[in-house]
Design a protein. Structure first.
Length: 212
């Protein structure tokens, strides 16, 4: 048994983190549109080619962990045994998987606050964020339907996921705008999940929902 894959992965993560920190510092000081990929790479002491090994575009630096988080949540839903109510499962995966990684990665690094600030002024980031949010909501809804084929319709799952994600995003926008302390942001996000959970626990999915 060798530890080489683990060492490679840790080195890869250190490089990604260095690039993210460099990008955040440069975006904050010079502005998003004024900062180039070459400048980010130089600040992280790597080549431009190395940057593109980790991030396809400059935009991806600000959304660096979204795919990993989504995969983690999908895997947790897929591995469920069906004993939980769908809303309880959704709340659990959001608290245990999504929020913990958001806090440890985006909030602690300052990426969440900067991303929200830039989303107000950079159209390319607005489009990317909207596309990613809709994509994740659809993936979550599909995963819940697959996990509970006899209990949820696509409509039911979409409403549940939309309510939960919307509540978290709303809390994130308000809290990050008011607080710099990551612990306060984390507490607010957990509270948002609890508020959402109270509504979802009353969810009683009908057998069919007419859409026309």
């Amino acid at each position: 048994m060798t530890t080489e894959p683990g060492l490679r992965e840790r080195k890869k993560q250190r490089t990604r983190t260095a690039l993210v920190k460099a990008a955040i510092a440069l975006f904050s000081e010079h502005g998003y549109e004024q900062t180039t990929v070459a400048q980010i790479a130089a600040a992280a002491d790597v080549s431009t080619r190395t940057f593109f090994d980790h991030f396809p575009t400059k935009e991806d630096v600000l959304f660096m962990h979204s795919e990993v988080r989504t995969e983690l949540v999908m895997r947790t839903i897929e591995e469920c045994d069906g004993s939980e109510h769908p809303s309880d499962l959704l709340v659990r995966v959001l608290k245990e998987n999504l929020l913990s990684t958001v806090w440890n990665q985006d909030i602690a690094l300052g990426a969440a606050a900067l991303r929200l600030k830039l989303l107000k002024t950079v159209p390319a980031l607005q489009a990317r964020a909207l596309h990613r949010m809709l994509e994740v909501e659809q993936q979550l809804a599909d995963a819940l339907c697959a996990a509970y084929p006899d209990r949820l319709t696509p409509y039911d799952a979409a409403v549940m996921v939309g309510s939960a994600v919307g509540g978290i995003l709303g809390a994130l926008r308000l809290t990050v705008a008011e607080h710099d302390d990551p612990e306060q942001v984390r507490a607010a996000l957990l509270r948002a999940v609890e508020v959402t959970a109270r509504g979802l626990r009353h969810f009683d999915a009908p057998e069919t929902v007419p859409l026309s």
